[in-house]
Design a protein around this ligand. Structure first.
Ligand SMILES: [Zn+2]
Length: 450
């Protein structure tokens, strides 16, 4: 009897681990400091890359006595630094802390910007990496009785592998959609009746278009939740709304960095993502100067993993722009909120007349214009004085082409009122822009110096 009472109480909790998720800031920071000190000592002793880096900076592990010391004194590192350290003696070279015997998995980044980075994951790391997802699943009401459909190819992209580890930790059922076409996946969803769909936001919308062609009524299917990662979208209102309406489901996202972790599961109130502070620390800085930004200001997330013991990543440049909010969230969590999720990439930042413009901000505002869809592209080119931005957006199917000019003026007016710079809008017919299966290409940079 007492077991039943205990079980129902824990199943109804909105926290996977209430103790850590509601911990006061001072205690969280005390834990961060301890773990950072331990990780720096560990990396200094075992990883030639860090020993050389810190020696060059005149830094010894004992010098880090406060989080402020860490934020100010420890040099940040970038993906290319780790790739170079690996290349000294591939595959791991001078970046690895554990012998290969301890690595349970080996993944790699996509390599779209050069040599791919190898990602070794030990059994211990995979357990915690997966648990970051479990925090997210549990917080929105997903329970062991739920079942997951993975619309994912099970390639070398770690993101959804780690989601799978998270589902194992939760104890729910997994249906693999690996190696199937979109049509076959939709048929499997009808047959197996999973309750959670895991994929990129782009792919959820792509599946919805295919379902319409096949005459499948998605809101009538068993899917109650769609959970996303791999690209922003789950926290961009227009995209989230499009997915929720198409699937008749609640849509959430997790912000992960393949080589670091599934670091920030979605806020159950859909206000953004919460950094899993028992497993990662964030130093948010101005990407130009490297100086920490004030709470609430947009900056680049430099992340330190407390759980990557195979290939430690300390003050690692994510190039992701976030807005850190340290106040307790209305969902009850004290964990750092990146409000509205990832706002853009540092290399996608557009500065016009001293104003920073983020692609996701444009996307969010376009979503407020009725008659427009979530299918859009942003093009940036060099103008005479400033960068010039044009947004191409598809109109909804029920909008008549004769109304496109009015729609364009309305959208341009809203963008100007909110961002205070002129952004051209080109209305496109439904289906005019390309469709993507995994991640959408939405940002096109035609600027000369880049
Ligand atoms: Zn929250």
């Amino acid at each position: 009897m007492s077991l039943t009472v205990y079980s129902s109480k824990s199943m109804s909790s909105i926290f996977w681990n209430e103790f850590t998720e509601t911990m006061p800031r001072e205690q969280l920071d005390a834990i961060h400091l301890k773990r950072i000190q331990k990780m720096i000592r560990y990396a200094y002793d075992r990883v030639p890359f860090y020993r050389k880096l810190y020696q060059k900076a005149g830094l010894k592990p004992g010098d880090i006595r406060t989080l402020d010391d860490f934020n100010r004194l420890v040099p940040s590192i970038d993906k290319k630094d780790i790739v170079e350290a690996q290349q000294v003696e591939p595959p791991w070279g001078e970046a690895i802390a554990l012998s290969e015997d301890f690595n349970l998995f080996r993944f790699q980044t996509s390599g779209s910007t050069g040599v791919p980075m190898g990602i070794p994951v030990s059994y211990y790391s995979s357990h915690h990496y997966g648990e970051q997802w479990t925090y997210g699943f549990w917080g929105v009401g997903i329970r062991p009785r739920d079942s997951f459909y993975f619309a994912f190819a099970w390639g070398t992209f770690i993101g959804f592998w780690s989601a799978y580890w998270g589902v194992r930790r939760l104890g729910a059922t997994v249906y693999s959609g690996g190696g199937f076409t979109t049509e076959m996946r939709l048929k499997q969803i009808l047959e197996y009746e999973p309750t959670v769909l895991v994929c990129t936001p782009t792919y959820a919308l792509y599946m919805a278009e295919k379902a319409r062609e096949m005459g499948i009524d998605l809101p009538a299917t068993s899917i109650k939740y769609t959970y996303h990662a791999g690209e922003p979208g789950g926290n961009v209102p227009a995209t989230r709304r499009a997915i929720e309406e198409a699937w008749g489901a609640k849509t959430y996202e997790l912000y992960g960095i393949g080589e670091v972790g599934a670091i920030a599961p979605g806020c159950p109130r859909q206000l953004g993502v919460h950094l899993a502070e028992d497993q990662a620390y964030a130093t948010v800085v101005n990407p130009e100067t490297g100086a920490p930004v004030a709470p609430g200001e947009v900056g680049e997330n430099l992340v330190t993993s407390h759980i990557q013991f195979s290939q430690p990543l300390i003050k690692y440049r994510s190039h992701d722009l976030v807005r850190p909010v340290y106040d307790k969230c209305s969902c009850g969590r004290t964990w750092l909120l990146f409000k509205d999720g990832v706002l853009g990439r540092t290399d996608h930042m557009i500065i016009i007349k001293g104003t920073n413009v983020y692609p996701t901000a444009i996307e969010t505002l376009l979503g407020d214009v009725s008659g427009l869809t979530a299918n859009y592209e942003i093009h940036v080119s060099s103008g005479q004085l400033n960068d010039e931005i044009t947004a191409k957006v598809e109109a909804a199917p029920d909008v008549s082409a004769s109304d496109y000019a009015t729609l364009q003026r309305k959208a341009e007016g809203i963008l100007y009122d909110k961002i205070l710079v002129r952004i051209g809008v080109e209305i496109q017919k439904p289906g005019a822009l390309p469709r993507y299966e995994l991640k959408a290409k939405r940002f096109f940079d035609h600027r000369e110096k880049h």
